[in-house]
Design a protein around this ligand. Structure first.
Ligand code: NAP
Length: 251
């Protein structure tokens, strides 16, 4: 059994706890958080770093900015200290004797169920033994565990912001526009699903459609006249320009 301690009580910590608790290869021996936000489970909990037990792996699942501070408090521990962030380099843990990264590439919030077996997990460690240990931890919960360097993880995380956070913001802007014009956003959901489904068989480059791809200047002009919000106008213009540059169309 891999003995694990989870530090943090936010969205990711919640899902790690739920998933690890059910797993027969992993034992969570303790959870720790700075505030008394105790998990609803029988696992020992503390807010006091001096009471932290000895574990094989300490998973730091706190806000990115707090990782250096928290890792400093684990400096005397012999076990493997890992963080879970997409954008923080492994080197921030360099003062911890054994260190690495356990990065689950998914969006986690407490309200939404996640099937961890389909979550890709990027692992990185300073030495081979620790890398094997992290792979074992990952393989216990996911079908997709890969060794990913800090540099690769950084660009994966940036890509994740583009494909997830930015598209989701566009869904929000679309929904606001639907609401203002009293038409249901539900009507757009099959289109959204189809766009994602297409990625199984077609590259995003080949799948692109729309006025900017076609170089349809009159439709773009109509859309820009229709948009009242200056911020949305800028977003529309920038994205249209990017699409047209990609396909060599002049707008
Ligand atoms: N959520 C995701 O979709 C996701 C996906 C992949 C990786 N990650 C990574 O997972 C980590 C946690 O993200 P999250 O979304 O779970 O964050 P979150 O829900 O905002 O929770 C943050 C946790 O960090 C603790 N914290 C904040 N500042 C702290 C400090 N100065 N000292 C000690 N603890 C502190 C908070 O403690 P309190 O409870 O006391 O406020 C809270 O438990 C991040 O590194 C993030 O990049 C997140």
């Amino acid at each position: 059994m891999i003995k694990v301690i989870i530090i943090g009580a936010g969205n990711l910590a919640f899902h790690l706890l739920k998933t690890f608790e059910k797993n027969t290869e992993i034992e969570i021996i303790q959870t720790l958080n700075r505030s008394k936000k105790e998990h609803k489970s029988n696992i020992p909990f503390t807010t006091d770093y001096s009471k932290i037990k000895d574990a094989d792996i300490y998973i730091i699942a706190v806000s990115d900015d707090a990782i250096p501070d928290v890792s400093q408090k684990l400096i005397h521990k012999k076990g493997l200290v890992v963080h879970t962030s997409g954008s923080v380099p492994m080197a921030v843990l360099s003062k911890n004797h054994n260190h690495g990264v356990f990065y689950p590439l998914q969006t986690f919030s407490k309200e939404t169920e996640v099937d961890f077996s389909s979550v890709p997990i990027g692992v990185e460690a300073k030495n081979k033994t620790d890398l094997e240990l992290l792979k074992n931890l990952g393989n216990a919960v996911s079908k997709n565990v890969q060794e990913i360097s800090s540099k690769q993880r950084k660009s994966l995380h940036l890509s994740a912001v583009l494909v997830n956070n930015f598209t989701n913001h566009l869904y929000h802007l679309g929904k606001v526009m639907c609401k203002e014009n009293k038409v249901s956003f539900e009507l757009l959901k099959p289109l959204i699903s189809e766009t994602v489904k297409k990625l199984d068989t077609t590259s995003p480059f080949d799948a692109q459609t729309g006025p900017a791809k076609r170089g349809d200047k009159s439709t773009i002009k109509i859309h820009l006249n229709q948009i009242k919000d200056e911020n949305l106008k800028k977003i529309y213009t920038t994205l249209s320009q990017s699409i047209s540059n990609t396909y060599g169309e002049k707008l």
